[in-house]
Each structure stands twice: as C-alpha cells, then as structure tokens.
Design a protein around this ligand. Structure first.
Ligand SMILES: Cc1cc2nc3c(=O)[nH]c(=O)nc-3n(C[C@H](O)[C@H](O)[C@H](O)COP(=O)(O)OP(=O)(O)OC[C@H]3O[C@@H](n4cnc5c(N)ncnc54)[C@H](O)[C@@H]3O)c2cc1C
Length: 410
C-alpha cells in the first residue's frame, strides 16, 4: 500500500470491524460499570481474535483496528489498546516462561494487563521516576513507591512496572518488571476520572521481584518503554480519528435533518462550512496517522532522515488528538443542547476526547519532539556556515531536560 490509500482488503476489514463493534462489543460495553475493568468486553475481544491480532499486527493494522472500533464503541477500542500497551513488553521482551504464562491468557482476554510508568512526581518527565527497586541481597529487589494514573489499575492481573534500579542515572537507571497481581505488598486504589475507563494507583510496599520477573535487562527499562510507546503513539492518533469521524457523521446527519429558519441547518452556509472544515481536518489527521504507521512498518527504509519515524509519530499523535477535540466540540455546537444530555453520543465523545491530548506524550511534548528532531536532522545535513540555528541552552548541571523522541513520555 501507499501512505495515501488503503487496499480493498483493508477497507473491507475496517467495515467488518465496525460491524463487529456494533453487534458484539457495544452491547457488552453498555453493560459495563464506569471506572471498572469490563471483563466480558475484554473476553469478547479475545474470542473475536482481535487481541491475538494485536501481536501479529504492524502499526498500520493496529491503527485500523483502533480507528474502526473507536468509530462505533470507544470502550472496546480502549480495552483493546490497553491490553496491547500492557502486554506488548511481555511479547517483545519477556522470557519464554513469562510469554508462556501470560500471552495466551492476555490474548484470550482472560488476563487484564496494565502499563505502569507514570508516578505522582514523574509524568511527562518519565526519566524522573522514583519507584525504588532496592536489592534484596539474593539477586532480586524489593519495590517501594507509587504509580499513578495507571489504566486498568488496580484491577489488572499483571502489570509492566518501571522501577529505578540505579539512583541518579536518569533514563539509564530504570528497569522493567512483570509484576503479577497478588504479590505481597502490592496495592492500589481506583481514581474517578472524566473518561469512563478503569484507572487508578498502584502502591508498592516492599513488593518482591526477582530476575525471573525482568522484562529485558536491568537498567535498560527505558528501551522497553520506548519500544512500546513508539508503536502505540500513532495509534493514539487513530483512536482520535475514529472519534472525530463518529462526531462528523453525527453532525452531518443532524444538520441535514434539523429544520431551522424555513429550511434545514445544513442550508446555512456557516453550518455547511463548519462541516467542510471538520471533514477536511479529519481526513488530514487520518492521512498523517496512516503515513506515520506505514513509516513505522517500513522501518524507515524509504526515508533518508533517521528521525522520520518518531517525528511522524509525534506529528500524527499531536495533530489527530487536537483535531478530534475540534471536531467533537464542533459537533456538539452544531447539535445544540441535545448533545449535552447525559447518554448522547456526543456527550460521551466529549468526555472521551480530552485525555488523549495528555497521555502518551502531551501535545506540548510532541511539539518539542518534532522541533528537536527537525533541528537535529538540519544539523546532520550540515547547516550552512552562519545559519541562524543555535543549540538550545542546557540547564547549569548540563542535563538536557527537553523530551527527545527516543525517550518515553507515557
Ligand atoms: C486517561 C489517562 C490514562 C492514562 N494511562 C496511563 C497508563 O496506563 N500508564 C501510565 O504510565 N500513565 C498513564 N497516564 C498518565 C499520563 O501518561 C500522564 O498524565 C502524562 O504523561 C502527563 O503527565 P502529568 O499528568 O503528570 O502531567 P505533567 O507532566 O505534570 O504535565 C502537565 C502539563 O505541563 C505541560 N508540559 C509538560 N511537559 C512539557 C514540556 N516538555 N514542554 C511543554 N509543556 C510541557 C503540558 O501541558 C502538560 O499537559 C494516563 C493519563 C490519563 C489522563
């Protein structure tokens, strides 16, 4: 495929996914309790083979799944994405024993996964994380501290947990562990959030972990986080595109039918132009997401700029999530009061659309990544003498605190 169009099989697959979401997943989502893991929904994603597909799929397939599900059932989309985020480190970095124990359960939707990077003192600046892994003197560690804003916590059956094994080493002193629920000292509380999916804290009071719980090597945990987030970042944009398309479809249908001033709302040029703008921005976001995912799948082989893949991922995530906010807000405006009634599709989307501008790298962090990578490739290509670009000043301790594409921002 090219970055600009899907092939007929992909178009058919997306239509099938939307039909499955409407017939099989939405009824289960409607029975879920806000803020709690919807286990029947996760199990249905497993039975339909969608969770297994997560681990064979490339970035574009992941985006198509997320966009198609989001268009019809955001709860199913989010359950799928979270299962992928928490399980990808096991699939990519787990030992044979960890993979044998957890992958069949996770792909069947019987075990629920979490990805635990953020902390009260470390969000965008993930390298500041402080969950302390203290050596136990027998080759293992005891974990002390707290994780916050963790999707599926505290109900998840296992979590990929990032902890500090070397103090003062920033990103280089972090290790990833697979921590199953039920370990002594592991706790947590649910948090009541605007979006309906389960999210909470995880607390660690001397939780024992051993070498058999490592995901990857000690002190190389940021590699695990980066590998996972690089794959998932464009797909957050796909989630946003699915929501934008659902809002656009609703606004189109409503404005075409709603009588106003002796005609229909759609007859008012201001309304029709708003619809045109919503559609144009949604399509632009979709193409950026497909281009970023395709670049990831092609491993950058057709691009001379080394940093094109992370830069495109950042652009896609940034533009699509901001666009979805605009499109959903516009759809609310065009519907008037009915959109704000509890239970209306747009009331639901209005709550769902906000968080993706913050998680997996806030909008501002994506801008910093894009600009930094642009200037880096400008330097690599040999800026002419006297070119206006100057290196940004670093703080007095010499530590570069600005986010890079190669650092995880959860
Ligand atoms: C619904 C939801 C689900 C989540 N799920 C998970 C999860 O499963 N696992 C997990 O580990 N985390 C998760 N998170 C946490 C999320 O990753 C963090 O919220 C995010 O990294 C931002 O961190 P913070 O909230 O501490 O904000 P801060 O880092 O304090 O940033 C606050 C704001 O400051 C600005 N800012 C920050 N850095 C910069 C910068 N470099 N340049 C310019 N402006 C900047 C931005 O406007 C940013 O929004 C989730 C969050 C939400 C809302």
């Amino acid at each position: 495929m090219t970055a600009f169009s899907l092939d007929p099989e992909q178009i058919t697959w997306c239509a099938e996914l939307r039909a499955l979401a409407a017939e099989r997943l939405k009824p289960l989502a409607e029975k879920g309790e806000p803020g709690r893991v919807n286990r029947p929904l996760v199990a249905a994603l497993g039975e339909l083979g969608l969770l297994a597909r997560l681990f064979d799929a490339g970035a574009l397939d992941l985006c198509l799944m997320r966009e198609s599900l989001a268009q019809v059932c955001t709860e199913a989309e989010t359950a799928l994405a979270l299962q992928g985020l928490g399980t990808h480190p096991v699939a990519a970095f787990g030992s044979p024993a960890q993979r044998a124990r957890w992958l069949p359960e996770a792909t069947a939707g019987r075990a629920v996964a979490a990805f635990a990077l953020s902390e009260p003192g470390a969000g965008s600046d993930a390298a500041a994380l402080a969950l302390d892994a203290v050596p136990d003197g027998r080759g293992g560690w005891r974990l002390h501290g707290e994780k916050q804003w963790i999707s599926n916590a505290p109900e998840a059956d296992f979590a990929t947990v990032f902890a500090r094994t070397t103090r003062g080493a920033g990103a280089r002193g972090v290790t990833a562990f697979l921590v199953p629920a039920g370990r002594p000292g592991l706790g947590g509380e649910p948090l009541d959030m605007l979006a309906p999916h389960a999210l909470g804290t995880l607390t660690f009071d001397g939780v024992p972990v051993g070498p058999e719980d490592l995901l990857g090597e000690p002190d190389r945990g940021f590699r695990v986080a980066m590998h996972t987030l690089n794959l998932f970042r464009p797909s957050v944009g796909a989630f946003a595109v699915g929501m934008a398309q659902a809002a656009l479809d609703a606004a189109l249908a409503h404005t075409a039918a709603r009588p106003a001033f002796g005609g229909r709302l759609a007859d008012l040029q201001a309304v029709a132009h708003r619809i045109a703008e919503m559609a144009t921005r949604t399509e632009a976001a979709r193409l950026l997401v497909y281009a970023a995912a395709t670049a990831y799948d092609e491993g950058n082989s057709h691009d001379t700029a080394d940093t094109a893949v992370p830069r495109r991922a950042a652009m896609a995530k940034l533009f699509a999530t901001e666009t979805a906010q605009y499109v959903v807000d516009s759809a609310v405006q065009l519907h008037g009061a009915r959109a704000l009634q509890r239970g209306h599709l747009l009331e639901h989307l209005y709550r769902e659309v906000r968080a993706p501008r913050i998680y997996e790298g806030a909008t501002e962090v994506q801008r910093t990544i894009i600009a930094k990578e642009l200037y880096a490739s400008h330097r690599r290509e040999g800026a002419p003498e006297g070119a206006p670009y100057e290196e940004e000043p670093s703080p007095a301790d010499g530590r570069d605190t600005t986010p890079h594409a190669e650092e995880p921002t959860p």
